[in-house]
Design a protein around this ligand. Structure first.
Ligand SMILES: Cc1ncc(COP(=O)(O)O)c(C=O)c1O
Length: 458
């Protein structure tokens, strides 16, 4: 055990959790750490609190292995199983659907396994520890002190948007979105019979020619003034371009929306994966009016790769809005999580989760850098927009000079890659592709080689 630890300290980068000694050590560390963590919650600021952090410190010398290729066949995952349906062929390297190819952290699987050992899965109360875990996480990670009463469970964020639309909008009221943006922001309201109006993001280039987006405040104000436009759906951070919005931007959005009685859904599902030193700002924290005019949605699902477990939460500081929305959720039992959602979330939002998260984010940064270097050196016609958050890279392919159909043909039929076609996020995404880099680097390398081969023989 001592030897393993010494080795881990000497060669942290190369160390993997694979030697039997290390696995044993890790197991005891995790067990002890978890035990102490829960003790420390009950008896806050007792010595256990410090011991817990000490063991956590030791444990942090271990690296998780994000290079490992995991065979998902037989799991029914959308990324592989829907290839034929979406792309017309199944022999593609799939880098589309926004989950990762990383193994769900072992401490989450372990927590679920412990519960599975008791094979009676009847109606179960929602543990209060869920809300302590979410509250502590938001405070520690984002400096946001939320009150217990502001929090409730929602059965997924896309479903949450549908719930808001159905509960809080009249049939003739409209939704504002700012494309290019995550397509369910448009589809969910439309499929619920609501009109969607757009305030496209504005493209800008910096001195180095790199592409950035900013919000069109004038356009937003014009739309917000129309009393039929009642809801703005904001991707904070932004999918697909990976933007971490500045506090001042969010403050202006809040001022415009609050002044015009427009409700804001701030979808913060990507907030725990800020990259390259960027910091996430929760929308509701930027001003008192932001807190009053908004519903925030969050989840551990993207960060910890547990989208299939479906565990999300809403935060509503405004009393009357909360009574109306949460009352309706309760009336329909939408706010009752299934048995496994709190277990996975509590395990994720823990000190172990924070260590895993940091390592995962570092790995993703390496992947982004890899794609940037590859494009600069070998595919200059493709210019990645550097994401400030999450594992999605917005590739500007316009310099290839291809129309939409030719571009998708290049990626799908020649390069044999399944990426998200930029137009899915609105016509503003024409000429772009969204690449999911939440995968072992070897897969990414294979994808980039396939793309280069396809472009070079074009
Ligand atoms: C911005 C954004 N919101 C929501 C979701 C999906 O959330 P859920 O699976 O909880 O519906 C995604 C998934 O890609 C996303 O990118």
């Amino acid at each position: 055990m001592g030897e393993s630890l010494l080795f881990a300290c000497k060669d942290r980068e190369n160390y993997q959790l694979s030697s039997p000694n290390c696995k044993l050590f890790s197991f005891w560390c995790r067990f002890f750490n978890l035990f102490m963590y829960f003790c420390s919650r009950k008896a806050f600021q007792r010595p256990t609190f410090y011991i817990s952090h000490f063991t956590f410190y030791i444990q942090s010398f271990m690296n998780y292995d994000f290079d490992r290729l995991i065979d998902r066949s037989g799991t029914g995952d959308v990324k592989h199983c829907k290839l034929q349906e979406f792309y017309g062929r199944s022999d593609l390297l799939p880098l589309w659907v926004a989950d990762t190819e990383f193994e769900t952290p072992p401490f989450i699987t372990e927590a679920l396994r412990r519960r599975l050992e008791h094979s009676l899965f009847g109606y179960t109360v929602t543990p209060e520890a869920l809300w302590t875990a979410v509250g502590d996480w938001l405070l520690a990670r984002h400096g946001w002190q939320v009150e217990r009463s502001w929090l409730t469970f929602i059965p997924g964020i896309v479903k949450g948007i549908g719930l808001v639309v159905n509960c809080l909008l009249d049939p003739d009221e409209r939704v504002i979105i700012q494309p290019p943006v995550y397509h369910p922001f448009r589809l969910v309201p439309q499929h619920n019979g609501r009109l969607v109006v757009t305030n496209p993001l504005i493209e800008e280039r910096d001195a180095d020619g790199a592409l950035h987006y900013r919000m069109d405040f004038n356009g937003l104000e014009t739309l917000a003034r129309d009393p039929q436009n009642r809801l703005l759906i904001l991707s904070n951070p932004h999918n697909p371009a990976g933007i971490v919005w500045e506090p001042e931007t969010l403050r202006r959005v809040a001022a415009i929306c609050a002044a015009n009685d427009v409700l804001v859904i701030s979808d913060e599902i990507h907030c725990d994966m800020t990259l390259f030193g960027h910091r996430h700002t929760p929308f509701a924290t930027v001003s008192p009016e932001a807190a009053q005019c908004s519903i925030t949605f969050g989840a551990p699902s993207k960060t910890f790769n547990i989208a299939g477990i479906v565990s999300s939460y809403a935060i509503v500081p405004n009393d009357s809005l909360r009574r109306r929305f949460y009352g309706w959720l309760d009336a329909n039992e939408f706010a009752d999580p299934h048995l496994f959602a709190p277990i996975a979330t509590i395990a994720a939002f823990s000190p172990e989760g924070e260590e895993w998260r940091q390592q995962m984010v570092r790995y993703v940064e390496g992947n982004v850098q890899f794609v940037e270097d590859f494009c600069r050196e070998q595919l200059p016609q493709i210019r990645p927009v550097r994401p400030e958050a999450s594992y999605l890279v917005w590739l500007d392919c316009r310099a290839l000079g291809l129309e939409h159909d030719a571009l998708t043909d290049l990626f799908v039929n020649r390069a044999r890659l399944a990426l998200n076609d930029g137009e899915m996020f609105g016509s503003e995404g024409r000429g772009f592709m969204r690449l999911n880099v939440g995968c072992p680097r070897s897969l990414l390398q294979q994808a980039m080689e396939q793309l280069r081969a396809a472009i070079c023989v074009k």
